[in-house]
Unconditional design. Structure first.
Length: 312
């Protein structure tokens, strides 16, 4: 009887080097020039519209320029003055306070709405469409509409109900004007956060909740022990992105209070833009540079916290 020769064994070293060889081949694969051709217009526009103006602005932050005419190089004087300016420090305190409070309000409300809109309720598809409407409306338009409501409708209700503090517009109250800004900013930001939470909740397998039901876990236990841990990545993303966006608040403040009463609700972005038109170009450019550094630090923090979280 003829015998079939046994296959020669593959050397272990060869087996181990195969994946590395494939990876090296992929790494050395030549990139077609047409890809760079498509990238070039975007790179040029980005450089001319963003990078170049930013570099020029940072350069002028070391001068005494008022935005036009002659200027002189003065070094770090503008940066030293920024750290000792009470108005700028106040704008930073207000901006960070507003961002923290609004992030909490937006995420709590959006998460609760997401839980409700992913449950077994009727008309949940239609309700989702209704709740995302504020996201497509301009912020300045929303601010002017709420300005009218706070100045007229709410005060009329306060007078009708005999509530003294509500019969006057909270926009004119230095201690309460920030509340109106938080309400309006949250109203506009909740839809985007809501959509992310809905995506996170829908990604949880139904079998997890079925197993929890079999084990006798109630709805509250499932929320705290299953839902929240599994959407933790989405919470991190919403918190960080929301905080960065609220640090740049501008149009809503312009439409509601214009930074008032006095300077009680003036944000960092509003302080910078006001200085540009008020003859403090180089000074506010130094302020903008510091604000840019803060944004970069927050972006790096975002990348570090979201790295390895497969949520999208």
């Amino acid at each position: 009887m003829a015998t079939i020769p046994a296959a020669a064994p593959v050397p272990v070293a060869a087996k181990r080097t195969q994946p590395g060889a494939v990876a090296a081949t992929r790494t050395r694969r030549k990139v077609e020039g047409v890809y760079y051709l498509f990238l070039l217009p975007t790179l040029i526009l980005f450089t001319l519209a963003i990078t170049l103006p930013a570099v020029i602005g940072i350069f002028f932050s070391f001068t005494n320029s008022i935005g036009f005419g002659d200027w002189e190089f003065i070094g770090l004087i503008n940066y030293i003055a920024v750290f000792t300016d009470p108005a700028i420090l106040q704008s930073y305190l207000f901006t960070f306070f507003f961002a923290i409070v609004t992030v909490i309000v937006v995420n709590v409300v959006a998460f609760l709405l997401a839980v409700g809109l992913t449950s077994r309720i009727r008309f949940k598809t239609g309700l989702r469409a209704i709740f995302v409407i504020p996201m497509v409306i301009s912020g300045i338009i929303i601010a002017y509409v709420f300005n009218f409501l706070f100045s007229n409708s709410v005060t009329a209700l306060g007078e009708a109900w005999g509530i003294g503090w509500l019969s006057q517009s909270i926009l004119a109250n230095p201690d309460l004007a920030w509340v109106a800004i938080v309400i309006v900013a949250s109203w506009q930001a909740i839809p985007g956060t809501l959509l992310i939470y809905i995506a996170g909740l829908l990604s949880i397998p139904a079998e997890v909740y079925e197993a929890a039901d079999i084990d006798g876990a109630g709805k509250r236990q499932q929320l705290w022990r299953i839902t929240l841990p599994l959407v933790a990545g989405y919470v991190v993303i919403n918190v960080i992105l929301g905080f960065k966006n609220f640090l740049n608040v501008y149009d809503i403040i312009v439409g509601l209070t214009n930074g008032g009463p006095g300077t009680a609700t003036r944000s960092v972005a509003m302080t910078i833009f006001t200085g540009f038109t008020g003859g403090d170009y180089a000074y506010q450019m130094a302020n903008a540079t510091l604000f840019f550094i803060i944004a970069v630090v927050l972006s790096l923090l975002q990348l570090r916290l979201t790295r390895g979280r497969n949520v999208f």
